[in-house]
Design a protein. Structure first.
Length: 120
């Protein structure tokens, strides 16, 4: 079903974000961590480049989590029975979230640790 209307497409995309927010615990955790990271960035006085890396890392994690939800939902729609290929798809989608979260943690450490150490 292809919609030729931008506003309908936007409404559908926002519904997807809403679904993740309402139903996915890890999505909410990632959003809380994003707010925490942005708060730390504000108080630490990061420069524009550092803020850009923080924002990119945040969006990378959020997008990964949304794709993970899409893959899991698709797999569940196809079959609720155990299937090794379904397991592989779900595990790989979860791995993408893990890798993006590790990436965000490394970026956070590179930016925030020197600022924290200099305050000690």
């Amino acid at each position: 079903m292809k919609s030729g209307n931008f506003w309908i497409s936007l409404k559908n995309a926002l519904a997807g974000i809403g679904y993740c927010f309402k139903n996915e615990r890890n999505f909410k955790i990632h959003l809380c961590m994003a707010v925490l990271a942005l708060g730390m960035a504000f108080f630490a006085g990061v420069n524009q480049t550092e803020l850009l890396f923080i924002i990119l890392a945040i969006f990378f994690v959020i997008v990964s989590e949304i794709f993970n939800t899409a893959v899991e939902s698709w797999c569940n729609m196809v079959s609720m029975e155990y299937n090794k290929y379904t397991k592989i798809a779900k595990d790989c989608a979860a791995a993408a979230v893990l890798v993006s979260a590790i990436n965000a943690a490394v970026i956070g450490a590179i930016i925030f640790l020197p600022k924290l150490i200099s305050k000690i």
